[in-house]
Design a protein around this ligand. Structure first.
Ligand code: ZN
Length: 279
């Protein structure tokens, strides 16, 4: 089984488009992000994000076996905690995607959203590392996400292995391993959507595999739907070729292609979360 843990929607796709493309690429499950980069949607426009989350909810409805949806919220917006709760409890989405741009993850003003994610024990995907569209990546250094440790129950994935700050990302991820925490219970895991340009990929992946282990790494295509299955297949192929080169087979390969993401999406029953709000 293969899980693609990082797929962008644009607001222009239907569920059939997505499922057909995943089928063509041999990908069983996809983690879809609500639209925020395509026309009509913006991280600076909370109404557009609400519309995007509603669109995503219609996409994934009835396809829980194949598709999981991550709501996008802007933590600077005072309504973001309520929007996130609504996306999970009413719209039926699974978790959240957030992009630090104009805010740092350790700022007091953004902690209320993380508190909701903790209470609801959500998987949360963060952009980490440089942006390729020219926005400043200075908000997205891996070490800035350490504050998520103060929100137990949140299961964080840092995208792109934090490139170019991959050693920093690995260090953030290593702490739980040093303390002997099982891979399915760690705060941080990392997606292998690139991120690193081709000349850097092999070395980056090899180091992450060696230090963190495959149980903290997961495949993500970073494709934008609607797109043909060949795009998913091409990006999956980049990773498969590297895994072949590095001799990653068997259980380790299984972790990278689906096991890590499956653990991320499904909470461990006995991981404590923040106390629910007083009634
Ligand atoms: Zn992305």
């Amino acid at each position: 089984m293969i899980i693609d843990a990082h797929i962008h929607t644009t607001g222009r796709e239907c569920a059939r488009d997505v499922l057909d493309a995943l089928d063509a690429a041999g990908i069983e499950r996809g983690v879809l992000l609500a639209p925020f980069l395509s026309e009509g949607y913006s991280l600076d426009d909370a109404d557009s994000l609400r519309r995007g989350n509603a669109h995503l909810a219609t996409l994934v409805a009835g396809h829980a076996d194949r598709l999981a949806g991550l709501a996008v919220v802007d933590p600077r917006d005072p309504a973001a905690p309520a929007d996130l709760r609504h996306a999970i409890e009413t719209l039926g989405l699974t978790g959240a995607k957030m992009v630090p741009t104009g805010w740092f993850p350790y700022e007091d003003r953004v902690q209320p959203v993380f508190a909701v994610a903790s209470e609801l024990r959500l998987p949360v995907l963060f952009h980490s590392g440089i942006f390729i569209d020219g926005r400043s990546g200075r908000f997205c250094r891996p070490v800035f996400f350490e504050v998520l440790r103060e929100h137990p129950g949140v299961r964080v994935t840092l995208a792109h292995l934090g490139w170019p700050w991959t050693d920093e990302a690995i260090a953030v991820g290593l702490i739980d391993r040093i303390h002997g925490i099982a891979p399915e219970r760690v705060t941080f895991r990392f997606d292998l959507s690139f991120g690193a340009p081709p000349p850097c990929r092999r070395e980056t992946l090899a180091r992450a595999l060696e230090v963190l282990g495959p149980e903290l790494l997961q495949f993500g295509s970073d494709c934008f739907t609607p797109c043909p299955g060949s795009e998913f297949a091409e990006r999956l192929g980049w990773l498969l070729a590297l895994l072949d080169e590095l001799g990653v087979h068997g259980a380790a390969r299984h972790s990278v292609l689906c096991g890590t993401a499956a653990n991320w999406l499904a909470p461990c029953a006995d991981v404590p979360a923040r106390q629910a709000r007083a009634a």
